[in-house]
Design a protein around this ligand. Structure first.
Ligand SMILES: Nc1ncnc2c1ncn2[C@@H]1O[C@H](COP(=O)(O)OP(=O)(O)OP(=O)(O)O)[C@@H](O)[C@H]1O
Length: 647
């Protein structure tokens, strides 16, 4: 457990905090933001129970870390861990009794033994359910989980919208035409998975198309759209189709991949789909509103006009965005959610895709305890199990799984699969037996200085090539080079983080050339905030280049269609010799180098390593200790959500 150092300038410390919240803050369990929100809300509704105040702070913390709710068991674990940890200034025995000791207005006394006496989960939940914060609608207790009202409402809404859509019949299909179409678009045994997936999708309004990289998801999307367009020909009305993804980069990739997959279709099918294919971000599809980050122009009163909506990279959809998307669909609009449920979940709260795959795939609806306000404890509410790889057991499941990868060489595929299923021994032996210079490599290093030495030639060579092309104003070639290699880190800061590695590459460049850091030609860029004026989106990649007139410009987009902006107009861009694995989601590079932090890093999880490895198209190099690889594969993302139990 990391403790916030007693540095009064540490931004994680809430300086004005008192009582249990201050103690938990000092122990590094909650951050200043959690303290402020909990203190303010508790004051507003006159919440006196210290247990409930602490619960609120932990629920706020949980949401900040990506959970939509708090499991009492986890809260207990956190608090107990703190009590038995190295900190000895913690004080929450009042939590056990709910009493405020006389003479202490904040209700706190320092005896850490009391941590182990926290009330049993049922009692705890009951106290939260009976609290002023719950009466005021700030907290909600359901299914043995504690929610902030907003996430509870959104989970319920998503589940209800999905249930309503499941109960609405999809437009009838001409079976004979469909059968002939499937044979034409997906000929032979090798396309059976895709053909089955399309069969699942045509009979439903909502389909979840789940599969790892290169399993043919886009080919399935293209095939499905062609066949739906063919079906609609009899009506004389062409369906309106929207292609979208959570990020601009992912949307651009979706568009490109759909265009690529047209190549294998017959001329007639290609013509059906047309080539004027556009893909946009989900935010753009729903219509940005300047006054709100979470509300859009499209909604129940002003739904999207489309008949078919496809969202790729759906693992990056947060609960909130999913709620907004579902409410913006007309009742009979088809929705296809496409993605890899084993990747990292959204940055914001929720693990929607994994929840839908696990919830529908496990076939457990309604689950035990449904309808009971407190319910049985959702111990499986943790996103701590691999989403079921089995085909959905229920005939009614809208999940179609693609299993076979058609893109990766066998070695990257084998490594990714070993990581995905949590087999550390297999992953390490795949790495140990990898062909030297082949698509999968591991450099074992115990210290970052060893990595420095080992990686310098590889990273510098790429940076120099990029700089040469940028200096020559070869925009397309520079953007292409950008996609040739990516250095991925788990952390932003620290010895294995993006910051120091960006500095390193800059220093090496400085030693090798007349390059002088920022704003200089050849600097790879990562957009960090949406700029609708420039048409740049968070996560877009680019490179500083030299224009013919000698001005420095930022070049973004795809090699075939570079977007050029004056360097001075670029406000929110970071240097991207290295980037975080989180930021790399939704994009790929020909070869990828992954820096693994020390084994005890909390960020190092199976989902993180899997996401990093699957960014590589041709080769991946893991740099770090074997212990770090084993730790990553063993540690699961811990996200508490209730959606999988509601669908
Ligand atoms: N059943 C199949 N038989 C042969 N080749 C296939 C099959 N399915 C897909 N492919 C080929 O594999 C490659 C990857 O397919 P596709 O782009 O559809 O996968 P994907 O799952 O969308 O990949 P990603 O989302 O990771 O980019 C394409 O070249 C495609 O033509």
């Amino acid at each position: 457990m990391t403790t916030v150092e007693q540095d009064r300038y540490d931004r994680r410390l809430a300086l004005g905090a008192t009582g249990d919240l201050a103690d938990l803050n000092a122990a590094g369990i909650i951050e200043a933001a959690d303290v402020h929100v909990a203190t303010r809300l508790a004051q507003l509704v006159d919440e006196h129970d210290p247990l409930v105040r602490v619960t609120l702070a932990l629920v706020v913390r949980a949401a900040r870390e990506g959970s939509t709710c708090l499991e009492p068991e986890h809260a207990h674990e956190l608090l107990t861990e703190t009590a038995t940890g190295e900190e000895d200034d913690l004080s929450v025995d009042v939590l056990a009794s709910g009493a405020s000791p006389a003479g202490n207005s904040t209700g706190d006394v320092a005896t850490k033994d009391a941590w182990t006496d926290l009330p049993p989960a049922d009692e705890w939940l009951q106290r939260v359910a009976d609290s002023a914060l719950t009466a005021a609608g700030v907290l909600r207790v359901e299914h043995g989980l504690v929610y902030l009202d907003r996430y509870h409402r959104e989970e319920v809404q998503v589940a209800e919208d999905l249930a309503r859509r499941a109960a609405t019949p999809a437009p009838a299909v001409d079976e004979a035409k469909l059968a002939a179409g499937l044979q034409r678009v997906f000929p032979g045994a090798s396309w059976t998975e895709q053909s089955d997936a399309v069969r699942t999708a045509v009979t439903r309004l909502t389909t979840v198309l789940a599969g790892g990289p290169g399993t043919g998801k886009t080919s399935t999307v293209a095939g499905l759209l062609t066949l739906l367009l063919e079906q609609a020909e009899a009506t004389g009305r062409r369906p309106r189709i929207a292609l979208a993804a959570p990020t601009g980069k992912a949307a651009a990739r979706l568009r490109e991949s759909v265009i690529e997959s047209l190549a294998r279709l017959s001329p007639q099918d290609r013509e059906r789909l047309g080539t004027d294919i556009e893909a946009v971000t989900v935010h753009r599809l729903l219509g940005w509103r300047p006054d709100s980050g979470n509300r859009f122009r499209r909604g129940r009163g002003n739904p999207l006009p489309h008949d078919i909506v496809v969202v790729d990279e759906a693992s990056m959809l947060s609960l909130t965005l999913t709620a907004r998307l579902l409410e913006a669909l007309r009742p009979n609009t088809r929705l296809l959610l496409v993605g890899d449920p084993d990747q990292l979940a959204s940055v914001e709260a929720g693990a929607v895709l994994a929840d839908l795959v696990a919830g529908y795939g496990e076939g457990g609806s309604p689950r035990d305890g449904e309808g009971d306000a407190l319910g049985s404890h959702a111990t499986s509410g943790w996103y701590d199990e691999a989403p079921s790889k089995e085909a959905p057991k229920r005939g009614s499941s809208p999940v179609a799984r693609l299993e076979t990868s058609h893109r990766f060489g066998a070695e990257i595929g084998a490594l990714a699969e070993a990581v995905r299923v949590g087999d550390a021994d297999r992953a390490l032996s795949t790495l140990a037996s990898a062909t030297p210079g082949g698509p999968v490599q591991h450099i074992h290093v115990d210290h970052v200085l060893e990595a420095d030495e080992a990686l310098r030639p590889r990273l510098l060579e790429h940076a120099l090539r990029l700089r040469r092309l940028a200096l020559d104003g070869e925009y397309a070639a520079a953007l292409h080079e950008l996609g040739e290699h990516r250095l991925l880190c788990a952390h932003r800061d620290g010895p294995w983080g993006v910051g120091p590695w960006n500095d390193r590459v800059e220093r090496w460049l400085g030693e090798a050339t007349d390059y002088h850091g920022r704003q200089q030609v050849g600097r790879p860029l990562l957009v960090t905030a949406n700029d609708r004026g420039l048409g740049l989106f968070n996560g877009d990649a680019g490179v500083m280049s030299l224009r013919r007139d000698g001005r420095v410009v930022g070049v973004f987009g795809e090699p075939g269609a570079p977007q050029v902006h004056a360097a001075t107009s670029l406000a929110d861009v970071d240097t991207a010799h290295a980037m975080t694995i989180h930021k790399s989601q939704g994009s790929q590079a020909t070869s990828v180098t992954v820096l693994l932090p020390d084994a005890d890093s909390r960020l190092l999880t199976r989902e993180l390593l899997y996401t990093a490895i699957t960014r590589a198209q041709k080769s991946v190099l893991l740099v770090g200790s074997q212990e770090a690889i084993r730790a990553a594969i063993t540690r699961r993302t811990q996200r508490a959500t209730g959606l999988r139990h509601r669908v």
